[in-house]
Ligand binder design. Structure first.
Ligand code: PMP
Length: 283
């Protein structure tokens, strides 16, 4: 693979970053994952807006305007001949002698790489996900897309070890989100229910697009918290993320959601999302 480090494209074996990088030592870094389908980028601009917000919240002195990040994404897609998969972008505060006090003058580190993955015909979309619920023990600024991913990674690993697919995290009885996705349900009345934006969840780019497309298609969207019990008795449930798009959730804590198979509402929203995304790809 050809990767990108601090302005240079090079083979992954030649890529180097300081062992004092604060991304490595303190998870003092933010990231974005942009999906690629048909060789084009999905919702690139929205990911860049969120990146700016994350950088601003952490005061990382990286100026996206001084970079052609779209050009770097495009070149990586081309040089790796990527048709379907993702581009990962991470920006850390940079390297400095280890100290809890954040350095002021560090030069941010910028890395990008691609992964080739089947997204359109993902097996999980056809089969649906089985999830378990666990307490949400992450920090309280989940709206900032930092690389501090230890807890969700532990939870997802525990789920896979139990033979299921993922964890939906719970706080005060309500579902916050999945380990790396936003969580949604469709009620028996056909309403799409999703937790409102706050510091409690990542402001998913796919979530925002899905809510727009669903509303346009005449599906009633209600932004409010929902409980585990409500999710378990919903007609359908689904997760959204840049690379999973819209993926049905068919089981929660061992009990079926609806009929226990991917439902028509979720299938329709997934198809709508893919169709609209395809019309708006950036090459
Ligand atoms: N929540 C969390 C915790 C995530 O890690 C992700 C994906 N990185 C999402 C939601 C989905 O966000 P997006 O649709 O922007 O990929």
């Amino acid at each position: 693979r050809i990767v990108h480090v601090n302005g240079s494209f090079l083979p992954e074996e030649s890529a180097r970053l300081s062992i004092f990088d604060r991304g490595l030592l303190f998870a003092d870094a933010v990231y974005e994952v942009t999906a690629v389908i048909d060789g084009g980028l999905v919702d690139f601009d929205a990911h860049q807006r969120r990146l700016r917000r994350s950088l601003g919240e952490l005061g990382i002195a990286f100026d996206p305007d001084a970079w052609d990040l779209l050009g770097v994404h495009r070149e990586l897609v081309q040089r790796n001949d990527l048709q379907e998969g993702l581009v990962y972008l991470q920006i850390s505060r940079g390297a400095a002698d280890r100290d809890f006090v954040q350095p002021t003058g560090a030069e941010p580190s910028v890395i990008l790489f691609t992964q080739s993955l089947p997204l359109l015909d993902a097996p999980a979309a056809a089969r649906g996900l089985r999830v378990i619920t666990r307490p949400d023990l992450r920090w309280h600024r989940r709206d900032i897309k930092t690389t501090q991913l230890l807890y969700p990674s532990m939870m997802k690993s525990a789920a896979v070890e139990m033979g299921v697919d993922d964890v939906w995290m719970v706080e005060n009885g309500d579902i916050t989100e999945g380990s790396s996705s936003n969580a949604h349900i469709i009620t028996v009345d056909g309403q799409l229910i999703t937790r409102p934006l706050s510091h409690d969840i990542l402001h998913g780019i796919t979530r925002a697009a899905v809510l727009d497309y669903a509303a346009e298609a005449g599906i009633e969207v209600v932004e409010r918290p929902f409980s585990v019990a409500e999710a378990r008795s919903a007609r359908e449930a689904f997760a959204t993320s840049a690379t999973a798009f819209v993926t049905p959730v068919v089981e929660i804590d061992g009990g079926p959601v609806g009929d226990g198979v991917p439902g028509p509402g979720t299938d329709r929203i997934r198809a709508l999302y893919i169709e609209r995304s395809r019309e708006r790809l950036q090459f």
